[in-house]
Design a binder for this molecule. Sequence first.
Ligand code: IMP
Length: 448
Amino acid sequence: MTVTIVGSQLGDEGKGALVDIWGGDSDVVVRYQGGDNAGHTVVQDGTEYKLSLVPSGAVRGKVGVLGNGCVINPETLFEELDTLREQGLEPDVRLARRAHVILPYHRVLDGIEEEVKSDDDLAAGTTGRGIGPTYEDKAGRRGVRVGDLLDPDVLRDRLEYAVPQKRALAEEVYGLDVENSEHADAFDVEHLFETYREYGERLKSESMTVNAGEFLSNKHADGEELLFEGAQGTSIDIDHGIYPYVTSSNPTAGGAAVGTGVAPTVVGSGEVVGIVKAYLSRVGTGPLPTELDGTDSEEELADFIREKGGEFGTVTGRPRRIGWLDMPMLRHAARANGFTGIAVNHIDVLAGLEEINVGHAYELDGEELLTMPATTERWGECEPVLRSFEPWDDVDWAAVAEEGYDAIPANAREYLDYISSEVGAPIYAVGIGPGRDETVVLDNPFEK
Ligand code: IMP
């Protein structure tokens, strides 16, 4: 069977912990979108593994696949693999030959465009990893794919077509003096050809590339368990998110089919688990109706949650913006993904607060809305209709982890019941701390 793990909000919901736990029952862990803009911290036996590209299942000895929907920076990939090997692991990672490659000019152009956009408040606050420009080239049919790295003639042809265009864009549209800048190599066909041909040789010699749809469908037909690991979250999905403050791929569950070559009927007949953070955090720009930033006391509250929850970007280290849980956002996510279950993380971070609110609905033009409007500008005009919950105290969370769900403070359980009934999906797990053992697991989607 298949289990798809999806971020329900704005990314950083703590998907890695659940992928790590349930991935233990899978044979293959597959990423279907995004690239090294993601950040997972997997803690195992006291060792922390920080990953941005390698599927987190690879830490637990599973086959990790980067599907065709991913964009892959080979430099990051090999750095992560080498680090994991130095930490004593033997990761088995395969790349879809149809996946697109992030080239150095994509990163440069990502940075330049963000800077230009920031004059008009249009910057998405990207991670600067070249994600958007790489997906642009994919859609523009001028991208370089992993399979092309294995064939020097094709690689050269692709670069000879694309690089002069990119150079012209940098020079003539953005006014960059490429030759006299630190980025000269990023726009040099010969340099890129040599570097990426070598990456191709390494991929080939380590037998790391696959025809992903075939590889995965065969495994599924053989009865192996597949776990699809979404990166980012539903509200930064390019189609269903808060455009233009989004990433350039589809973190939603449909992406698991398109981004791997496994049929939608297969993905849809499996489990789809939404990962929910008990409040909101956001690294990027754009509106955030339930944001805690209006008054001094709200900002203090946000500071407290940020520190306690470690809300600083895994990839960029940026402090995250903080808000109350946004239920219209979650209802939207439940509809777009078809959750069969949810996991709620960081319930411990809210412990000890004097008040706990959620944005139950929005008020817009005198009307109450239960889900998100389709444009981000209208979303920005929404006033949250808050609902208060009785707070819960900090407890010995390690003991709770041992004793199970009933040991979670009663008020926190009421909060969890509310979330579950509003999204119409049962709770499979509750995160009560950052470690692998600090999750109360009620159900295993692989046993459904
Ligand atoms: P990009 O994916 O780097 O192009 O960034 C586009 C938007 O997605 C920005 O608002 C980023 O902050 C956001 N984003 C990208 N990756 C993540 C993630 O893993 N967690 C949270 N936000 C992310």
